[in-house]
Design a protein around this ligand. Structure first.
Ligand code: FE
Length: 379
């Protein structure tokens, strides 16, 4: 079936064009600049001036609408998959917490049973359990353990593991990075007290990612630039960023974009179960959390406990903070993650890429979300 999305502003890395998007089945066939003749098709979607962007990739999301992936509920997975479409997400990595292996196995089994009717979930992101016990944040320290590639392998047989976030300074940390890479899994460092030298060893082993950059990692010091300095220094390192203006100040968001450029930044939600829900009391990994004005904090100690951020809001925030054009910022919503995680041909509005497309109004509200050429959300 051929579909045409006409009258849209098509925004893709280094592209901002009044155009129509021609879709053949599940794939983008080509962009047709405004004014050129349109071919006959089976279905026309009139975008009426809306902005079309590649569907967003959320590489770090724990939950939404009162479900956490670690509830190990397929009902929850199905619901999260649908509701993420409302924020323009077409690809999501369900992200686990630091828990016992049997709990992680149960979570992966529940994701493996996903009905697939919402956004795509090509694999999971294991956040922990191989983190530094001194940097747990809202992760439960009771389940922290040493890097163990065999545990990742066992989980990977249940459902593909795409990314593992761990502390590189743990015994066997650099070796874990290279073992993961050998299996096509992206290693990433976070919940870590690594100094620059420890980062450098993992970098030499192939590590090219830092998760929720700036949060739960060594800050920049002028005699040891730590993980924050390392992330800013190395052009080849991808950074996850929670742009809710709470996990990172607007000034730091501006600084990171200024130094790194959007091509190495991936916006993530790091959303917990309260995303899409009212303020109130929730839990994260069994720990009580209070959500006030959208800010989720552990009741004990007050550490930030994930976010309630939605990715279309994150895009609006970086647009307002950085002043960069959408054709630059668009990398941070999809293309960077697609590359950092080897997700295949997604993340660009170009011939041969998946027809995963979000249509946004001028205030970044999501009006339609297409997955593989199919309208799966509209309002
Ligand atoms: Fe975290």
């Amino acid at each position: 079936m051929k579909t045409l999305i006409k009258n849209c502003r098509a925004v893709s890395p280094a592209l901002d064009l009044s155009a129509a998007i021609l879709i053949d089945g599940r794939t983008i066939e080509r962009l047709i600049p405004a004014g050129e003749p349109l071919p006959p098709v089976d279905r026309v979607i009139d975008a009426d001036g809306l902005t079309a962007m590649p569907g967003f990739v959320d590489a770090h999301c724990h939950g939404r609408n009162n479900f956490d992936f670690c509830d190990a509920s397929t009902e929850g997975v199905n619901l999260i998959g649908r509701r993420k479409l409302e924020e323009g997400v077409t690809t999501l990595l369900p992200t686990t917490l630091t828990l016992a292996e049997d709990a992680l196995s149960a979570t992966l089994r529940s994701v493996a049973a996903y009905d697939g009717k919402g956004c795509k979930m090509p694999g999971v992101h294991l956040e922990g359990p191989f983190i530094n016990p001194k940097c747990t944040g809202a992760q439960n320290p009771a389940f922290v353990r040493r890097p163990d590639i065999r545990e990742v392998e066992r989980l990977n047989t249940i459902f593909p593991v795409k990314k593992v976030s761990f502390a590189v300074e743990m015994e066997g940390g650099p070796e874990l990075a290279s073992e993961l890479l050998r299996r096509g899994i992206t290693p990433s460092c976070v919940h870590s007290a690594a100094n620059y030298e420890q980062f450098d060893r993992a970098h030499a082993a192939g590590l090219r990612n830092l998760s929720h950059f700036c949060n739960q990692m060594t800050p920049l010091h002028h005699r040891d630039i730590g993980l924050v300095g390392a992330g800013l220094l190395h052009d080849d390192v991808y950074l996850e960023l929670i742009c809710d203006k709470l996990h990172i100040s607007p000034e730091m968001i501006a600084l990171v974009f200024k130094i790194k450029g959007a091509e190495r930044i991936m916006l993530i939600s790091d959303a917990m179960r309260a995303s899409g829900m009212p303020d109130g009391e929730y839990t994260l990994g069994g720990l009580p959390v209070m959500v006030r004005d959208g800010a989720a904090r552990l009741k004990e100690g007050g550490a930030l406990a994930g976010s309630t951020l939605q990715l279309n809001r994150a895009l609006k925030n970086i647009y307002e903070i950085t002043g960069l054009p959408l054709a630059a910022l668009v990398s941070a919503t999809s293309w960077s993650a697609a590359q950092a995680l080897n997700l295949g041909r997604i993340g660009r509005l170009e011939s041969g890429y998946a027809a995963d497309i979000v249509l946004l109004d001028a205030d970044f509200n999501v009006r339609k979300t297409l997955v593989d050429g199919e309208i799966r959300f509209e309002r």
